[in-house]
Design a protein around this ligand. Structure first.
Ligand SMILES: [Cu+2]
Length: 454
């Protein structure tokens, strides 16, 4: 029987220290890599590159009689999607997603789970081969972990690969509020049968949120019309950049516990799909791609050589998934002259500006000037070196540099001479406007019996 007293002895002070988000001067964090000292030393000893969870961290462990022991605390968390937008979410150990669990094939692991939520929960170890009674499906393989209770899951890892954990209790609510995390199993003895070791190993969880404009609680009843699309529960511009030195081999492990599929697109590089929760695939199964769909409930590993210096977009290609505070049921104003309407509305709503006649490009600037509902981000992302980046949501920047100083953001890329697109003319009459009338479409054959009218 685990009591509160011997639980504190079991988990040790080190495990609890990791519950707080990493601060700049955290003595547990290596200042060069940004990874925890424990993860680095374990990686060195066991022959693997520790995982970096952008905007997140790995969960510390303690060794108890040869068992690697972790402690997850399910609880409400005050979460910031980006400055200007917060919500009461649910997660683990103070964050959504919860901290990343890292272990090695063959390890025996024990994960203690304390429930500080107002309702029962459980944890399912998504994709992991284990005894049925450790599978964490409430009602089917266990009773729910009641508020205030601590349960233990214990099993031996029989595989390697990219995995996830999430509740299997009130799934719709608990996952909609952010309860999920990674469970990465590194191959035994640094096994490289299916490919060379990577220099950098990132893990990004894809998720969606119905945080309606002006509200602070994600709405779990929404099935399709989401407001926020996140990488590790952050929207651009708050998503941390991915860094690589020129020539390094990089892996990005992508997990999808959202309600949509996400075609993930990397600029400037050809990546291979090299693995999933089915471990690192044999090389004969690797496939070169520029975009690959990560389906709901799937894990996919992207690998590439960062051989092209620059600031490269990495984003979901569903264009609504790279927007913040997506509105729905909005009338289409494209091409509509709103000049009279603007004056009328301004008499009731001082400062109102009509938007959208020529597209949405100016939306983020105008929303910034006008102000929007409280706790609501502009739809576009932020300032880039050449103006505003019109994307938010599932967007980040892969920064490839010949030199990097630690894990700090190196700033914007400086393009070598002759490698930047340039303006040729500002004269709109340089090329005549092309207009096609329906009846002069090219290539329409003159068929016998066809009536062309007038
Ligand atoms: Cu998407």
């Amino acid at each position: 029987m685990i009591t509160r007293r011997n639980l504190i002895q079991l988990i040790g002070a080190g495990a609890l220290a990791g519950a707080a988000a990493p601060a700049a001067a955290d003595p547990e964090i290596d200042p060069v890599t940004g990874l925890s000292l424990q993860a680095l030393s374990e990686g060195r000893r066991r022959g693997y590159t520790p995982v970096s969870t952008p905007n997140g961290r790995s969960l510390p462990f303690t060794m108890k009689d040869g068992v690697k022991q972790f402690h997850l605390v399910a609880e409400e968390v005050e979460h910031e999607f980006a400055p200007g937008c917060r919500a009461k979410c649910w997660g683990y150990n103070g964050s959504t997603p919860g901290p990343t669990i890292e272990a090695v094939e063959g390890d025996r692991v024990r994960i203690l789970v304390t429930n500080k939520l107002p309702e029962a929960t459980s944890i399912h170890w998504h994709g992991i081969l284990l005894p049925n009674g450790m599978d964490g499906v409430t009602g089917l393989t266990q009773a729910g972990i009641q508020p205030g209770e601590t349960w233990a899951y214990e099993f031996t890892l029989r595989q390697a690969g990219s995995h996830m954990y999430h509740p299997h209790a009130d799934e719709m609510v608990q996952m909609a509020l952010g309860m999920m995390g990674f469970f990465i199993i590194h191959p035994k003895d640094g096994n490289t049968d299916n490919g060379p070791p990577v220099d950098r190993d990132y893990a990004i969880m894809l998720h969606n949120w119905a945080l309606h404009p002006g509200t602070y609680r994600p709405d779990p009843s929404i099935m399709q019309d989401f407001d926020l699309w996140t990488f590790n529960s952050k929207v651009y511009p708050a998503t941390a950049p991915l860094l690589a030195k020129t020539g390094e081999r990089v892996r990005i492990r992508l997990g999808n516990l959202s309600m949509w599929n996400h075609p993930m697109h990397l600029h400037g590089h050809r990546f291979w799909i090299t693995g999933s929760d089915g471990d690192r695939w044999p090389r004969s199964s690797w496939r070169p791609e520029a975009t690959h769909i990560v389906g709901v409930g799937q894990m996919r590993d992207f690998e590439f050589i960062a051989d092209n210096p620059g600031d490269w977009a990495f984003h979901c290609h569903m264009s609504h998934h790279t927007m913040n505070a997506m509105g729905h049921s909005i009338p289409n104003t494209l091409g509509v002259d709103q000049s009279g309407v603007e004056d009328k509305i301004r008499s009731m709503l001082p400062g109102y500006m009509a938007m959208g006649k020529n597209g949405m490009d100016d939306m983020s600037d105008m929303a910034g000037m006008m102000g929007g509902p409280p706790n609501t981000l502009p739809m576009g992302g932020g300032k880039g070196p050449f103006g505003s980046v019109d994307m938010g949501g599932m967007f980040t920047v892969l920064k490839v540099r010949d030199e990097l100083k630690g894990h700090a953001d190196p700033g914007w890329y400086r393009h070598p001479k002759g490698t930047l697109a340039y303006r040729v003319s500002s004269d709109p009459s340089l090329v005549p406007t092309t207009t096609h009338k329906p009846d002069d479409q090219p290539g329409m054959p003159d068929m016998p019996g066809m009536n062309h009218g007038g």
